[in-house]
Design a binder for this molecule. Structure first.
Ligand code: AMP
Length: 279
């Protein structure tokens, strides 16, 4: 596995690969690699000749009060994990090569960046759109793989490449979970032993809500019940609990089939995200 830190070296390597007409798959990450990330690597490997993974904690998507400084960084073990899954190139850009002094360009996604997760983190998706556009321009991959775990992010990346005519195919991979149902996430490392016992209840409550909705229980009642149960079971707050269709439109009454229940709840100091498809 090649580890590349600067754009010039990456461009040189990519030129050779592109000249040989190889298909390039790209998996962007913020590191602290777990099986969820590695499952996306596997999907990239199945669909391309060369797989590039990146590790970059993107400051543009963090607000001043958020955890940019303390975000888990585990570079050495991340590289071992990538190597074990046969990643061909890991790109670890230096911060000032992505955002050099004087950098001022921004991307505004409009309203979609301000609902659900964006309501709590108004800068988040515009920051993701910026880094994804930059990484797509630098690497120019044929395809790129994203996790369904971050359902709104996946929707937004698809919208971004469509609306900016970025020639990359977006593939998605299912959410990888611990045996107890907890969706794997880098921020799970923030959870205490006690909180780790409570955390799986988030997914359990989603499954329960889905089953009730499929039995045609009233949506309002189901959402209220789910909220109450989460709070009763040790979660500090429910940040949002919504049902959205494949166009990310909020659903209240109409057909719920093929839509997603999206949830975010806070456990101690950690906010957990999850979602489930209703089918
Ligand atoms: P992150 O490092 O958190 O920015 O995530 C990088 C990519 O991994 C994104 O496409 C995420 O959606 C995806 N991802 C994170 N957790 C999981 C998971 N548990 N299962 C599948 N994909 C995931």
């Amino acid at each position: 596995m090649q580890i590349i830190k600067n754009i010039k070296d990456l461009k040189k390597t990519l030129e050779k690969i592109k000249n040989s007409n190889k298909i390039i798959g790209f998996v962007p990450t913020m590191g602290c690699i777990h099986e969820g990330h590695l499952s996306l690597i596997d999907i990239s490997k199945q669909n391309s000749d060369i797989t590039i993974a990146s590790i970059f904690v993107n400051k543009a998507q963090f607000a001043a009060h958020e955890d940019l400084e303390s975000y888990p960084r585990e570079q050495e073990s991340d590289l071992k994990k990538f190597e074990s899954r046969n990643v061909d190139i890991t790109y670890i850009p230096e911060d000032n090569s992505i955002y050099p002094e004087g950098f001022s360009t921004s991307i505004s996604l409009g309203d979609i960046a301000l609902v659900s997760e964006g309501k709590l983190r108004p800068q988040f998706f515009n920051g993701i759109a910026l880094i994804m556009t930059k990484l797509f321009m630098i690497i120019q991959p044929n395809l790129s793989v994203f996790g369904e775990k971050d359902f709104q992010q996946l929707f937004i990346v698809r919208k971004l490449v469509r609306e900016l005519n970025i020639p990359v195919k977006i593939l998605n991979g299912p959410t990888i979970r611990e045996v107890n149902g907890l969706a794997m996430a880098s921020r799970n490392t923030y959870l205490s032993e006690e909180e780790l016992k409570i955390a799986p209840f988030l997914y359990k409550s989603l499954v329960e809500a889905k089953n009730c909705l499929l039995k045609n229980d009233n949506i309002g009642d189901v959402l209220a019940r789910t909220k109450k149960e989460l709070l009763n079971n040790g979660f500090k707050s429910l940040d949002y609990l919504e049902i959205r269709d494949s166009n990310f439109k909020l659903i209240n009454k109409a057909s719920i089939n093929n839509s997603h229940i999206l949830i975010s709840a806070t456990l101690g100091k950690t906010r957990l995200l999850d979602n489930i498809r209703i089918e």
